[in-house]
Ligand binder design. Structure first.
Ligand SMILES: Nc1ncnc2c1ncn2[C@@H]1O[C@H](COP(=O)(O)OP(=O)(O)O)[C@@H](O)[C@H]1O
Ligand SMILES: [Mg+2]
Length: 317
């Protein structure tokens, strides 16, 4: 079990502090793929950074903590402060696929190599990684390539290989296939799913593509404007959503064979700088009531293992 306890993540800006993750409280069973969905800007990446312990100016964690599903070699608890010591070994991060974010003169394996410090012979481990990559059906040389030498799809496959090499307990995959074409995307997701099935890692899989979530996740977390608004088994979240936002997100899913572009939800989320009193979805919600304008809904379990933060959730039961 991984416990996220009342996480509040802030960015310091010239305008002051803004909470990009605001009071997220969840218990996630180990060994599953948890999908994290929600429109751009809702805090998905910030949540991943917090879990990875990649916290530094302008990002801070003014309140909350995480209970990880593994301990230090001495049996002590791992925290967001010491988790860096376990990068790649127990927790790894697969970033978004965009090439533009990568420095072209830095090898794809640089972060991995940087982490192989004290007492670990880099050359030996890299040789093992090349073998592992080949076992996955990928060219060994790709491990040593520069980003521009690889296709986006190949680079992400290598990222998946490096992220799984040490069989970490947790893998954070932050839109790993966004911007790749559908066929390539499918291959990468299959690779990740097959490895997860063998290793039983806990994967946090971030995507705004509900179709992909539907296919690969066991549980879903829906975020809206820095809040967790729905959480439950994927079958429940997709087939019997309890939050009107989730309902709109899943209704915009095309049926199989339907190639039309997805419509999404009309309107936009509020700015985190707005007055966020009441329910943050109120302005876009078809079920909005007076109460929604004034009282913030809490995340409440309405069905076994299925929670939503909505004053009207009972109407959707
Ligand atoms: N470095 C930063 N400084 C200030 N605000 C930021 C920074 N990074 C992200 N944010 C803000 O935090 C919110 C959540 O961003 P993010 O976690 O990247 O969302 P998502 O991954 O869901 O698109 C957004 O409103 C974004 O503008
Ligand atoms: Mg993001």
């Amino acid at each position: 079990m991984i416990k996220l306890n009342n996480l509040v993540a802030n960015y310091t800006t010239v305008r002051g502090q803004v909470s990009a993750v605001d009071g997220v409280q969840l218990e996630i069973p180990s060994g599953i793929i948890l999908g994290v969905a929600g429109e751009s800007g809702c805090g998905k990446t910030t949540l991943m950074k917090i879990i990875y312990g990649d916290i530094g100016f302008p990002l801070s964690l003014p309140s909350g903590n995480i209970e990880y599903n593994f301990r230090t070699e001495k049996g002590e608890p791992v925290t967001t402060k010491n988790i860096k010591n376990f990068w790649f070994k127990r927790i790894s991060y697969i970033p978004q696929s965009s090439m533009s974010s990568l420095n072209p003169v830095i090898r794809v394996n640089q972060q991995f190599v940087d982490f192989l410090k004290d007492g670990q012979r880099k050359a030996d481990v890299l040789a093992q990684v090349r073998t592992y990559v080949q076992e996955l059906g990928l060219p060994a040389e790709a491990v040593d390539a520069y980003p521009h030498q690889l296709s986006g799809g190949m680079r992400q496959r290598i990222m998946v290989a490096m992220a799984t090499f040490f069989q970490p307990d947790i893998i954070l995959a932050d839109e790993p296939t966004t911007a790749l074409d559908v066929v390539v995307q499918k291959g990468i997701l299959l690779l990740l799913m097959n490895l997860q099935e063998k290793m039983k890692n806990t994967i946090f899989f971030v995507s705004h593509d509900m179709g992909v979530h539907y296919q690969i996740t066991h549980k879903m977390l829906i975020m809206y404007a820095a809040k967790a608004v729905e959480y439950g088994d994927s079958s429940d979240v997709f087939e019997r959503p309890l939050h009107p936002y989730t309902k709109l997100l899943t209704e915009s899913l095309p049926t199989i064979g339907d190639e039309r572009t997805r419509q999404g939800v009309a309107g936009r989320p509020p700015s985190l700088w707005d007055d966020l009193r009441g329910c943050r979805f109120a302005d876009r919600c078809p079920l909005v009531t007076e109460l929604c304008r004034t009282k913030e809904p809490e995340l409440i379990e309405y069905r076994s293992g299925h929670s939503a933060a909505c004053h009207c959730a009972e109407k959707l039961l």
